[in-house]
Design a protein around this ligand. Sequence first.
Ligand SMILES: *[C@@H]1O[C@H](CO)[C@@H](O)[C@H](O)[C@H]1NC(C)=O
Ligand SMILES: *[C@@H]1O[C@H](CO)[C@@H](O)[C@H](O)[C@H]1NC(C)=O
Ligand SMILES: *[C@@H]1O[C@H](CO)[C@@H](O)[C@H](O)[C@H]1NC(C)=O
Length: 416
Amino acid sequence: MKVYALLLLLLFFLFFTSIFGDLGLKLAKCQRKIVKISNAKCGDSNQCSNVVFLQLGMCQFNKPNEDSKFIWPNLPTKLKKHVVKRLDYVSRCRLRKCSTSDQELVDSCPMHWNGIYVSLTQASLHIRFSKVVTMEYFRKNNDRIEIKFIEGQSFCKKTREVVDSKLNHYNVGIADFLLMLKNQSTTCQEINFQNLESIDTEDQYRFIQSLLFHLSSMNSSWKIHSKKLYTSLVTTSSQLLDILSFFCPNTLKCITMKEYSFNAIETKALVNTGHWRNAECLDLQHENNISIAEFLHSKTFWTVVPKLEPSDAWAVIENYREKDGRPRGSTFYIRSISPLEIQNILNEYDVPVDNMPVESPWRKDSVLHTQKFPIAGSELVLVVMLMKFEITGKLCLLSNIEEDCYNYYTADPDLD
Ligand SMILES: *[C@@H]1O[C@H](CO)[C@@H](O)[C@H](O)[C@H]1NC(C)=O
Ligand SMILES: *[C@@H]1O[C@H](CO)[C@@H](O)[C@H](O)[C@H]1NC(C)=O
Ligand SMILES: *[C@@H]1O[C@H](CO)[C@@H](O)[C@H](O)[C@H]1NC(C)=O
């Protein structure tokens, strides 16, 4: 398989070096040619060919001779798709602007994103993806939005494109964001909406409103295929439910939410979504009235309740103690606004109460009681810790309790 891939790559390379040879192109010092976004249809074949060529060689080539045949449009589609799949995001965007057929070509090549992080700062909208590229959309003044690309691993560190537009910079950024997800075969590990610094609540609302507006203008069957959703922007709960509805419920596995308040009706709506029902990981970081029973289908959950009943605490322990239940590392964490009734919880235990502290990321003096619940016929043990306001439990490997308890304390189980 590997040999085959290498061979393919070699052929590919030879093919293109021969094209470059034919055109008499010379490798020049790296100096990225910038196609302005405002040149939506560049129509200049030299410019378009440069866009493609420089991506293959990662450096700019000298301009083809005036009389050289423009070769890109004549390549077979299959080969062009090979090229597009190797292009980085910015190059795809540029190629997309060359012609309608290039636009269709780019859109027909799905992407696989590690993560797309959409963040608000006071002056800009930030989109970072695959830990490499950041696009930053600045509101400069009333008639100019500046977009900055910062590419971590490219030869060319920074490029800059300016959009002359009356559009809101949120709209421009969101349109690009959705373009990244447009093809329904495109998948993503994680989508993250957050603010990087303290932002006006009004701005956060405005952003979410723009986002929802753009989402609703997508094809009605269109969904975002992301495994995780993280949102910490201030929104109304109905907006959160709306955003959720644009995610494919069968793909979404992890939901993390901060900054929300659900009333009783919205709470019911939330727990009845396919997204909630299918989630393997639920992470609610603010006080809510969602009953503990609504979390028990997930592998891992975090929540904050007004008051934790001892019977609920025990119900969770029993649920996590089920044989052939959850995998190693599965965790629950419940914070209660009013203090836990520690003694009443211990009274629920169906095994002798036995405090056996283990090393954990929690402060030693804050952990009031630690009990290990062995799981019959399994190599796992459920370690349950009681604190003044929190109860947390985790499935650790019996032979590796100390390390598991310490290392894998995260609301992020292995999803694969
Ligand atoms: C998305 O990608 C698939 C697979 O390459 C392709 O068949 C399909 O036409 C693309 N969809 C769009 C809307 O271009
Ligand atoms: C929406 O998507 C469906 C299925 O992919 C397709 O048949 C339909 O033409 C699309 N509609 C629009 C308006 O793009
Ligand atoms: C939970 O429900 C109680 C009683 O209905 C209500 O007073 C309280 O505000 C709710 N708390 C939250 C965080 O929704």
